[in-house]
Write a protein that binds this ligand. Structure first.
Ligand code: GDP
Length: 298
C-alpha cells in the first residue's frame, strides 16, 4: 500500500543521496517535495507538518550539512522520524494478557472493517502460537448471520465459541460469555461487538454498556486502511468515547495510499498493534514501526 509514497520519496531522496554538499535551500526544496508526497498519500496535515519541521530542524544542523555524506544523513533522519511518527522502534505493540483469567479482549469498529475476521485471526494465533485457551463470542445481534459467521470461523480455526442463544441482547451475551469463559477455564475471552455503517450514538452507547459489563483488559479498534483519513477519524471517536488500547489496521494488502497507517498513531496516540494482510486466517502481522518505515523507504 505504500508503493506510490515509496516511489515519490525515493525520487526526492535519491537526488540528495550522492551529493557531496547540501545547502539549506536544497534541504528546504527536498522537504517541500516530501511534504507533498505525504499529503498525497493522505497523511493528516498536522502530522505531515510536524514531521517536516522535525526533519528540517535536524537536517539543517551543521553536523549534517558539513558532513562528508549529507544526503545519506538526511535520509537517515527521514527514516528515524518516520519510525517516531509510527510510534517508535521500542514500542510494545503486543496484546497484553497480564491480567486474571479470563482476560477479556473487546473488539470494536465499524461494520465491514474486518472485525469478525480479525477476531478469529487473533484467536487462532493465540491458540496455536501462544498455546492459550481462547473463547470467542459474537455480540452482534443486528446483522442476521453475524453470530453464525463467528461460529463457523471458530470451527475452521479450532477456537471455541460461546453457544448461541436466540433473543439475547449484547450486554446479556457479554455477561454470559464472561461466566462461561470463567467456568470453562479459558485464558482469554474475545468479544466481537456489533458495528454500524457509520458511528452513531446507538452504537457507542451499546459498546459502552458492553465495556462496563465485561471490563475488558484490551479494547482493540479494527479499522479499514483503505478508508484513509476516515479510519483515523473513526479511531479518534472510538477512543474518546470508549477508550481504545490498540488498533488493528486491516486491508493493508489493498491499494490504499498509506495515510491511515502513517497518521493513526500520531493523531490518536493509540498504538497500531496488528496489521490485517489478507482474507486468510493467517494473514495477520505484528506492527513494527521500524519495519514499516523501512518498507516505506523501499
Ligand atoms: P466486520 O463486519 O467488521 O466483522 O467485517 P468482516 O470480518 O466480516 O470482514 C469483511 C470482509 O473483509 C470479509 O470479506 C473479510 O474476508 C475481508 N477482510 C477482513 N480483513 C481483511 C484484510 O486484512 N485484507 C483483506 N484483503 N480482506 C479482509
Amino acid at each position: 500500500m505504500f508503493e506510490n509514497l515509496t516511489g515519490r520519496l525515493g525520487d526526492v531522496l535519491s537526488k540528495l543521496k550522492g551529493r557531496g554538499a547540501l545547502s539549506e535551500k536544497d534541504v528546504d526544496e527536498a522537504m517541500r517535495e516530501v511534504r507533498r508526497a505525504l499529503l498525497e498519500a493522505d497523511v493528516a496535515l498536522p502530522v505531515a507538518k510536524s514531521f517536516i519541521d522535525k526533519v528540517r530542524a535536524r537536517a539543517i544542523g551543521h553536523e549534517v550539512l558539513k558532513s562528508v555524506t549529507p544526503g545519506q544523513q538526511v535520509i537517515k533522519i527521514v527514516h528515524d522520524e518516520l519510525v517516531e511518527m509510527l510510534g517508535g522502534a521500542e514500542a510494545d505493540t503486543s496484546i497484553s494478557l497480564r491480567a486474571a483469567a479470563p482476560v477479556v479482549i473487546m473488539m470494536v469498529g465499524l461494520q465491514g472493517s474486518g472485525k469478525t475476521t480479525s477476531t478469529a485471526k487473533i484467536a487462532k494465533r493465540m491458540t496455536t502460537r501462544d498455546k492459550r485457551r481462547i473463547m470467542m463470542a459474537s455480540l452482534d445481534t443486528r446483522r442476521p448471520a453475524a453470530q453464525e459467521q463467528l461460529k463457523i470461523l471458530g470451527e475452521q480455526a479450532g477456537v471455541a465459541t460461546l453457544p448461541i442463544v436466540a433473543g439475547q441482547q449484547p450486554v446479556q451475551i457479554a455477561k454470559r460469555a464472561v461466566e462461561a469463559a470463567r467456568l470453562g477455564g479459558f485464558d482469554v475471552l474475545m468479544l466481537d461487538t456489533a458495528g454500524r455503517i457509520h458511528i452513531d450514538e446507538d452504537l457507542m452507547a451499546e459498546v459502552a454498556q458492553v465495556r462496563d459489563a465485561a471490563n475488558p483488559h484490551e479494547t482493540l479498534l479494527v479499522a479499514d486502511s483503505l478508508t484513509g483519513q476516515d479510519a483515523v477519524n473513526v479511531a479518534e471517536q472510538f477512543n474518546a468515547r470508549i477508550g481504545v488500547t490498540g488498533i488493528v489496521l486491516t486491508r493493508v494488502d489493498g491499494d490504499g495510499r498509506g495515510g491511515a497507517a502513517l497518521s493513526m498513531r500520531a493523531v490518536t496516540g493509540v498504538p497500531i498493534k496488528l496489521l490485517g494482510t489478507g482474507e486468510k486466517m493467517d494473514a495477520l502481522e505484528d506492527f513494527r514501526a521500524d519495519r514499516v518505515a523501512g518498507r516505506i523507504l523501499g
